[in-house]
Design a protein. Sequence first.
Length: 396
Amino acid sequence: MTLPLIPLATVRHHHLARHRLCETPTGAGKGQDLHQLMQDLTFVQLDSISTVARAHHMILHARRTNYRPKALEKLMSDRLAFEHWTHDASVIDIDNFGHWKLKFARDAVTLKSRYKNWRRDGYEEKFNTVLKRIADQGPCCSSDVGADEKKGSGGWWDWHPSKTALEYLWRSGKLSVTHRQGFRKFYDLTERVIPQPHLSTQYLPEETIAHTCTTALDCLGFATAGEIAAFWDIITPAEAKQWCADELAAGQLIEVELETAQGKPRRSFARPCVLEVPLMEPTKRIRILSPFDPALRDRKRTERLFGFHYRIEVFVPEAKRQYGYYVFPVLEGDRLIGRIDMKADRARGVMAVRAFWPEAGLRMGSGRIKALTTAIERTARLSAVTDTEFAPDWIR
């Protein structure tokens, strides 16, 4: 059977719309407006690098230029979101907490196997001590436990047993992150952090599988079973594959061919009514995105949709970097037009722009340069610096 071929422009449009990158980024960026945005995105990835601003703040700012970091802190303190692990550490809309119990149970098993190679022995013996300390004295961070334990010398991953216990108890659901100071996590008993309605909700594994697959497809628009499984990283590829087969047989999914930037069609799943959903045209505004933006996190998908090859060079020796330590993708309308190397020099109150590399064939006229400069100035305000400074040869 010949499958319908969806043009690349349509696929890209749906992808950006699902990730809230078509609309003008107006709105309060706090309170109910931010909560609705979080519900639509489902989660934002956390990252410790603050060259310009931390990833989660840049993700939200790209969609709400009025957003400021304290708004997310307020959302979390109001328990409308919680922090845990998807494919990486993330802030997740609280409505998903009940489904995280399957991940807690699975992580409780898999982490013990991984920690045999990654962590020092003895952390399991610290579980009761750590839980009692928190129950009696309240929230704590890793520096509050294990004072009598030998600190590791093998790098940041060489944790002492009590720190490993804290992380394990968090990943397996006994503890929750109650807040952060800087980027340091403070843990409390889960029953003292998560609101009772979410705490008491129970789902069968098959319900969680259906929920994670449904929300993943809703956020992606078109996806393979592998992309659906990887979105949340809660369920296995086999579980996602079976869900897709069942939904397809029930008429709840269709198969389509997606045009790609490389010219090779890619078979994917979609809802039967996906093309009937009205979409607004993408705004032409230029946005500077985090490398961990949910619209770009899947690097292979990004290449298929935009013809844009992106890799983080943080761990590449400086002499071997093609672009820079931590460069940011730049979106204009429905195209990724280049990448920018810039850093917030907070001591001087300046956003220092080192270089912008436009994609091949992109014309950098005065209007586009002005729009890019405006986007840089917006991002500077998020970083709490007041001025911009451009290297003489910043447009490469």
